[in-house]
Design a binder for this molecule. Structure first.
Ligand code: GTP
Ligand code: MG
Length: 519
């Protein structure tokens, strides 16, 4: 056994050659996501396997003569795919911690390569350990729920959860965090189940990680949790920027695989700089966008609440919406046109999660900065979730930490179709002045758009401006994004009285002065 990553320990078993790429790491904070989703080990494997897969595709299209080792008889689909009837890949549901191994399930290395979102991942076997310290404040989620969520995250990260345990502690053991009896119990589970990754539901010190690895029987290497967290995000951002900004960012134009190779060669300090540069360019991109004076509405909410589904439904966008945590990693913005012709920009964001630590908030900054520049936040709640209230509280807490609590907010209860009694939920929502929708079947979306419009109006600025006829486009924009109360046609232009978004009001400033000085 070897390696730890965040509070994740990777014991090694007889590994295929690719697994030697594993890089261990340690946690910087109590991070769920980086600890598992962004395992450099998994990620480097993915890159490596994707390369092989890419080569295999080239073989099929005749681009390469040489067949990759071991791939001759299987071609593109040399690794098993799990498909649903509709042909889409469906990851195994792992929220059931007592999942039994199917008799026909083989542990051969090939069987454990799975295709996820078009990428191939090696499914490591994971064992979850939940820890609850008595007297720890602020946690409204119980330990069982925390473990459920951790299992879902592990699934999202491409791990196969083979077991779990938890312990309530009066205070953590300084050497191993959990008690020695628990350590022994986990050790036997690790060996009995051939576990490769042990994930702790809490922050462990470097010393505790070392001791635990030793106790479970491996040598520990500790480093680079931060990098593991940033790498995929960085890559994704590049891809995102490439699509949106048209090739001006450093590294753009590089194929994904080249970016991947370059990142693999890069050290963590350099990566930090790169992330910073991505942030700067995103900001430039946002500034350009802000010069188009359309109000920005951001969808925020707990992960899996249905934000991307709502964006897709309203705009016809094709943002990945999946029953997995953290399906969305970087924001996407689309224009929404309402029936009355008014427009706003709708931004999807990365979902929040309980115990989102300040450090993670900082790391998410690149994406969450979008939120701070919105005219309106739409808090999407999965009202069918048994812990909907706790999730709402967790989101509000993060919004406070992000210092955006002052931005007007509209709360929307989503997935009403999934509740036991949609009618009852709807009337409850009405009483509380909350909009009730189903992003999946479109129920309540008209009411939702009207509510956005009303809320946006509250954030509009009243202006009176003289718009010369040669600036006719501007008048169109005022009609499109603002609310026009009165227009008066003069000899050289139009006097317009309207409520407009702040950026447009700024743009109109010279014309407002014109009004003041004599029209
Ligand atoms: N029944 C039902 N399912 C929904 C509804 N809206 C979304 N879903 C499902 O909920 C799951 C999560 O939806 P996403 O849109 O990916 O959620 P998200 O908030 O973007 O999640 P993250 O990107 O992880 O933060 C998907 O399986 C959707 O199909 C709804 O109104 N009703
Ligand atoms: Mg999403």
């Amino acid at each position: 056994m070897r390696a730890c990553f965040g509070s994740v320990l990777h014991p090694t078993t007889a590994s295929p050659p690719l697994r030697s790429l594993h890089h261990p790491a340690r946690p910087l904070s109590r991070l769920y996501v980086p600890r598992i989703k962004i395992s450099l080990a998994t990620w480097t494997n993915q890159i490596q396997r994707n390369r092989v897969l890419k080569e295999a595709v080239e073989v099929e299209t005749g681009a390469l003569e040489e067949v990759p080792e071991g791939g001759s008889e299987i071609g593109v689909n040399r690794f098993p795919l799990e498909t649903k009837e509709d042909g889409l890949y469906s990851p195994p549901k792992v929220s059931n911690r007592k999942k039994k191994k199917r008799p026909e399930e083989s542990d051969s290395e090939y069987d454990r390569y799975k295709l996820r979102n078009g990428k191939e991942v090696f499914e490591e076997k994971a064992y979850l350990v939940g820890v609850e310290c008595k007297g720890s404040t602020g946690d409204t989620f119980g330990i069982e729920e925390s473990l459920e969520e951790l299992a879902q995250l592990a699934d999202t990260a491409g791990l196969r959860v083979v077991g779990s345990t938890y312990q309530k502690l009066a205070s953590p053991n300084p050497r191993t965090y959990i008690g020695s009896g628990k350590v022994a119990e986990i050790k036997s589970a690790v060996h009995a189940l051939d576990v490769e990754t042990v994930i702790f539901d809490d922050e462990l010190s470097a010393g505790q990680l070392r001791n635990l690895e030793k106790a479970f029987g491996g040598d520990v290497r500790v480093s680079l949790a931060q990098m593991e967290y940033q790498l995929p995000r960085l890559t994704k951002m590049w891809a995102h920027l490439e699509r949106q900004a048209g090739g001006k960012v450093k590294g753009m134009g590089e194929k994904q695989i080249e970016v991947d190779k370059r990142i693999l060669r890069t050290q963590i300090g350099e990566l930090r700089k790169e992330l910073e540069s991505v942030r700067k360019h995103r900001k430039q991109y946002r500034n350009r966008r802000l010069s188009v004076p359309v109000p920005v509405v951001s969808l925020v909410g707990y992960t899996n609440a249905g934000k991307s589904t709502l964006l897709n439904r309203l705009t016809g966008a094709e943002v990945l919406a999946e029953d997995q945590l953290f399906a969305t990693l970087d924001p996407t913005t689309r224009r929404v046109q309402m029936k009355n012709g008014n427009e706003f920009l709708l931004t999807d964001t990365v979902g929040f999660i309980q115990k989102l630590p300040t450090m993670l908030v900082a790391a998410f900054r690149a994406t969450l900065e979008e939120i701070s520049e919105s005219s309106l936040l739409v808090h999407v709640v999965d009202i069918s979730h048994p812990l909907a209230q706790q999730q709402m509280d967790a989101v509000d807490k993060v919004l406070q930490e992000l210092d955006v609590a002052s931005i007007p907010k509209l709360v929307v209860w989503n997935k009403v179709d999934k509740t036991d009694d949609p009618q009852r939920v709807k009337s409850q929502a009405e009483k509380q002045g909350v909009i009730c929708i189903s992003a999946i079947n479109g129920d309540g979306l008209e009411q939702f758009c009207n509510a956005i419009q009303t809320k946006l109006k509250d954030s509009l600025v009243p202006v009176e401006a003289f718009v010369p006829y040669d600036k006719g486009m501007l008048l169109n924009t005022i009609h499109q994004v603002g609310m026009v109360e009165e227009t008066e046609y003069m000899e050289n232009g139009t006097v317009v009285r309207a409520h407009v978004p702040l950026p447009l009001a700024r743009l109109l400033t010279p014309m407002r002065q014109h009004v003041a000085s004599g029209c």
